[in-house]
Design a protein around this ligand. Structure first.
Ligand SMILES: Cc1cc2nc3c(=O)[nH]c(=O)nc-3n(C[C@H](O)[C@H](O)[C@H](O)COP(=O)(O)O)c2cc1C
Length: 184
């Protein structure tokens, strides 16, 4: 894991519910496209961002197991939805609900990835933040990164099983409409 030189200052940045933060990467996760909203919310310039690995906005509070799940899923050719807290260049953080998809060449090979992100509803964050804290605490109990991610992955799988048959159904059960309908 690359440690960012930026330190979180504990201030949340919001963006509008009708905005979409978009990025595209090559097959190794290096940024090839960012939209204006990405630039504004991340507080980096487009020139700085292009060519950088996507972990440039990684927040230290994000459990590693979520990114393992992300990469395992998209490398396997599937889409993934996830709540992610990101770290902007000025130290502020911003929560997103991300939809990450592979981009295929005409021969079926994966040539890159694409992420669209919207605001994360507060009701969903109230559910996901304590789960991420537990996952992170578990990861911090292990000295070796491989042990940390194995332990938190097992914990995430157990949390998902408590709530829903699959991770996908779990993540959608955090939406306000689902919470209101009592599907949890
Ligand atoms: C299309 C795409 C979008 C991504 N979006 C984010 C993101 O918004 N925030 C983030 O921290 N990582 C994102 N990642 C994952 C990063 O590549 C990386 O796995 C993650 O930041 C963990 O970094 P680390 O392995 O250095 O800990 C994205 C990856 C892809 C392919």
């Amino acid at each position: 894991m690359r440690e960012s030189a930026v330190r979180p200052i504990g201030v949340e940045r919001r963006f509008d519910d009708d905005e979409i933060i978009v990025s595209k990467t090559d097959d190794a996760g290096r940024l090839t496209y960012v939209n204006d909203t990405f630039v504004r919310v991340s507080a980096y310039s487009e020139e700085f961002l292009l060519g950088k690995p996507h972990n440039i906005i990684r927040h230290p509070d994000m459990p590693r197991c979520v990114f393992k799940l992300l990469w395992d899923t998209i490398k396997g050719g599937d889409e993934l939805f996830a709540y992610i807290v990101n770290l902007a260049g000025d130290g502020q953080h911003y929560w997103v609900f991300a939809h990450v998809t592979p981009t295929f060449a005409s021969n079926g090979a994966i040539i890159g990835y694409h992420s669209n992100r919207r605001t994360a509803p507060p009701q969903a964050l109230a559910r996901i933040e304590p789960i991420y804290r537990r996952l992170l605490d578990e990861e911090r109990r292990h000295a070796r990164p491989a042990d940390a991610v194995a332990a938190s992955t097992a914990m995430l799988e157990a949390v998902v099983r408590e709530h829903a048959p699959t991770y996908d159904e779990f993540v959608w059960s955090l939406e306000p409409e689902a919470i209101e309908a009592g599907q949890h």
